[in-house]
Design a protein around this ligand. Structure first.
Ligand code: CAA
Length: 394
């Protein structure tokens, strides 16, 4: 049963993703996490189902799904393996969408079909060691040299950077002093075969350990002029606009993690006996489960309302940030409650809830911290109020 009014296609995709995730991903998710192992066979399996081209039109070998179908599938994958979910979320929401929205016909024809088929994974390189929340202060330089661009700098926190065949990289193309901020940034389509492209440090992470996160070092990386995406100087606007969509994906991932924790807690509370009764019979446990379930349903409802607004072509910056903020803080809170319900068994690796807890944390950090989401929501709310004489009726 679901509160969402889903159409037949959406139900089918949800069911397809659920049965695949439960059959193929659940059993190995813990082992992949312990070994910090990115599993290529998982990529092949998800590619066969078309999951790397969920939002790509059929003419480019994609499934051409709507945003809600995509988010439903992501939730199911995240319930089973949050590392697999971030791979799908970043690939589908960021690089693929950027090429679809801003690429030339030639760029779309060259990159989208292999990306949609899962033959080339897409990554997103905006952050740098010194430019995280303040992404507009990035320092990676792109200098023209004949028909080429030469890129120099270090990109950081690139999800599955070591596995990607296509990396959308933001770099500064305007070097005049009055262009230090977010203006004068452009987007380039990088491939790992370019001279001067090097994989850097692999991060050792608290969670999402089966998803490799890397630095990328660009050491005079020579990029053909044909790899500039869209208009020169518009790269930051493209990146932030794409993050509006990316944040919906992270919200879905967070909801999946939270749901996995709730489902595990419900099962455990129905079996675990203390004081002569299943702990599910105690009101202290029941109230926790009530709040967990309510927050998850509220997060999913907000997310899918935002996705429906996106499908209608509306500006969703405010609602995307709200959905991401609420869903990710829900995931952290719900996984914390789940560990508490499990007690000592929640603190050890015999059960998966400690992994859910570790995986949830990063959703409050990447693709914009909770603090950045609050800044975006405040700005957008003030603007909406000013535009409607103080009325905020949505
Ligand atoms: N959509 C489209 N354009 C947007 C936009 C949006 N949502 N938000 C802002 N813009 C435009 C503005 O209109 C402005 O355009 P003009 O220059 O033409 O006027 C331009 O972008 C700059 O906007 P701001 O002045 O608002 O920029 P700012 O420097 O004040 O930054 C910010 C705003 C919200 C703090 C932004 O920097 C931000 O979101 N920071 C967080 C970055 C982030 O999410 N990083 C995650 C990286 S990905 C990752 O996590 C790794 C991974 O692989 C998962």
């Amino acid at each position: 049963m679901t509160l969402l009014a889903l159409n037949e296609t959406q139900k089918e995709i949800q069911q397809l993703a659920r049965s695949f995730a439960q059959r193929e991903l659940v059993a190995l998710a813990g082992e992949r996490d312990r070994e910090s192992r990115f599993d290529r066979s998982m990529v092949t399996q998800m590619a066969e189902l078309g999951f790397f081209g969920m939002l790509v039109p059929e003419r480019f070998d994609g499934l051409g799904l709507d945003a809600q179908s995509y988010l439903l599938a992501l939730e199911e994958i995240a319930v089973a393996d949050a590392s697999a979910a971030v791979l799908l979320s970043v690939h589908n929401s960021l690089p693929t969408q950027m090429i679809l929205n801003f690429g030339t016909v030639e760029q779309q024809q060259e990159f989208l079909p292999p990306m949609a088929r899962g033959e080339q994974l897409g990554a997103f390189a905006l952050s740098e060691p010194e430019a995280g929340s303040d992404a507009g202060s990035l320092r990676c330089q792109a200098v023209r040299d004949g028909d080429d661009w030469v890129l120099t700098g270090t990109k950081a926190w690139v999800s599955h950077g070591s596995e990607a065949g296509v990396i959308l990289c933001m770099a500064r193309t305007d070097h005049s002093d009055d262009r230090r901020g977010s203006k004068g940034i452009s987007t380039f389509i990088l491939t790992p075969d370019l001279p001067g492209f090097h994989l850097g440090k692999k991060e050792s992470k608290m969670g999402l350990r089966a998803s490799p996160t890397l630095q990328i070092n660009l050491d005079g990386c020579r990029v053909p002029g044909s790899r500039l995406l869209g208009a020169e100087g518009k790269g930051f606007v493209y990146a932030l606009g794409s993050l509006d969509h990316g944040r919906l994906g992270i919200a879905s991932q967070a909801i999946g993690i939270a749901r996995a924790a709730l489902e595990a807690a419900v099962r455990y509370a129905g079996e675990r006996k203390q004081f002569g009764r299943n702990i599910a019979e105690f009101q202290a446990i029941q109230f926790k489960m009530s709040d967990m379930a309510t927050r998850i349903t509220a997060a999913r409802t907000l997310l899918h309302a935002a996705a429906a607004a996106k499908e209608r072509g509306e500006n969703i910056t405010r609602f995307s940030s709200m959905a991401k903020l609420f869903a990710t803080e829900t995931a952290m809170w719900v996984t914390t409650q789940a560990v508490q319900i499990f007690g000592g068994y929640g603190y050890v690796t015999d059960y998966p809830v400690e992994r859910y807890f570790r995986d949830a944390k990063v959703t409050e950090i990447y693709e914009g911290t909770s603090e950045i989401q609050r800044i975006v929501i405040a700005r957008e709310t003030l603007a909406a109020a000013a535009a409607a004489d103080g009325t905020l009726s949505d």
